[in-house]
Design a protein around this ligand. Sequence first.
Ligand code: SF4
Length: 354
Amino acid sequence: MDFVPSAKELSHFPFLKKAQDHIKDIFPPLDVLLRQERGKIITDLALKRINQALSSKRTFIAHFQQRDEDEIAGFVLSRIIASCIQDKQLLDRLARYEAERAYYFLVSELGTEEGERGWNENTVLDDDGYSPIAKYLAAEFRINITEAHIPLVDYVEIAAPLHDERFKLVNRRVHRGFVEIKKEERYELLRERIRVILRRDLPYKIPKSLCEQLAPVSEPIKKVYQAKMLQQFGTIEESAFPPCMQALVLALTAGTNLTHAGRFALTTFIHTIGMDVMGIAQLYARSPDYDPEKTMYQVEHITGRGGAGTEYTAPACAAMKTTGLCTHKDALCEKIGHPLSYYKLKKKDQLMKK
Ligand code: SF4
């Protein structure tokens, strides 16, 4: 492909390899940049991205106020800050936010239905209505958006985490190893591919000294995020647990040994909704093979307090199904894709009925 994206296009899709190349020689090393005025602008841009990723109401602004290069650097810095914070859910949210943002820019190149002027209104679309940057982006993420079919193997890989019924393979037309994709769905698949790839690369290995330098900006985010989580999950309401988690708690209480996957799922779930390490360990005291030291070690490892400090997230429904832990599904399960979403919805529902 001969097309060369403009700096403006790169700033809207800063994860493109070309975007990284574009800023490579512009900035001094990060520890130096952070001490400069321009570093402050870039830090602000990075924080805006993270705050947007954490916000439940996201707004995408297609017309940037800052230089294109600063926007790209802001993207990179946001990923560095999030990597220093070391919270899996924050990294998940950031990747999701970037994918949604890219999707928004793909569909609003020429303007929005709400009448907002397009950020790339001088681009020339091909006969099928695709812009050069959209095709360039799709090619880098290995999706051919100009084709009405994609290979079954690729489809399964991309669509597996999508909860929408229409993406389930049983609801698709499959012909000779290819899955039919409607035009409007192609950008949705691209969005998902971007999310997965952006998430896969995180967390970066950041030198301790740089994380320390970034602590004045990363620590407040961590605090706000933790407060938000607490507000979201509040007090622990066992009656709002999804059926799979209720079954695991029941099994523990009945004295059944949980499998490794079961322990992992339950521990990460109750940790995320706010149970502290001691509380989790006490829950495991109901288990017949309870070994206090071993339990504390495992719990601390999963919750990120021990060893490498990695905090794990509760598995999504798709993973729970694979490990055979998705049991007694109910009607609410049909609406969600994650046990944590089930818990949030059920708890909200219970609160409203009170
Ligand atoms: S669908 Fe999800 S929330 Fe419901 S039981 Fe299965 S794993 Fe749990």
